[in-house]
Design a protein around this ligand. Structure first.
Ligand SMILES: [Ca+2]
Ligand SMILES: [Ca+2]
Ligand SMILES: [Ca+2]
Length: 171
């Protein structure tokens, strides 16, 4: 992208608007083959398979399809690289006890995550207001993911226990 600041005075609102539009376009997510995987991620990780291997394929045969590896930050060409196990965590804040799980989730807006809650492993409820993503922490391991903490408040004295499950979907 080239934008000549000598001939485009940024003191003029029209020029600021057009530069902003250009920057947003450059920063946008490209998915020309519409498979739900960012094209730059495909080129980097799938390499020569970038155009032929789609969301549901599993070229490294590790049991996790490309979308799952994309959503949870593992390598789709390396069978020993699989989505990491979720870890349990809890913390106290303003008198509330939060319990939840820590996981890697993709930065940016290409994947939608839903954290589901169950008390019997049979009925799963969309967590909505009971479970929140309470913490996002940038990690710089080259996978473009955040460390995320999904948690729900445990009512004082509650005997109930929650199971949590995370689903990742294409946006
Ligand atoms: Ca793509
Ligand atoms: Ca795989
Ligand atoms: Ca893998």
């Amino acid at each position: 992208m080239v934008y000549n600041l000598t001939s485009h005075d940024l003191g003029l609102p029209d020029n600021r608007t057009s530069l902003k539009a250009l920057l947003l376009k450059e920063a946008g997510v490209q998915d020309l083959d519409e498979d739900g995987l960012r094209d730059d991620w495909e080129v980097l990780y799938l390499q020569e398979l970038a155009l032929t291997s789609g969301s549901n394929d599993d070229p490294d045969g590790d049991g996790y399809n490309n979308f799952t590896e994309y959503a949870f930050g593992s390598n789709p060409r390396v069978a020993t690289s699989i989505p990491q196990s979720f870890a349990w965590a809890s913390r106290d804040e303003n008198g509330d006890t939060w319990r939840g799980l820590v996981m890697k989730r993709r930065a940016g807006a290409t994947v939608e995550y839903d954290c589901l809650r169950s008390q019997d492993l049979a009925t799963w409820l969309s967590a909505d207001s009971r479970v929140e993503w309470v913490k996002l922490e940038r990690i710089f391991d080259g996978t473009g993911t955040f460390l995320a903490y999904a948690a729900s408040v445990i009512e004082p004295g509650s005997e109930k226990r929650d199971f949590l499950r995370v689903e990742a979907k294409r946006k």
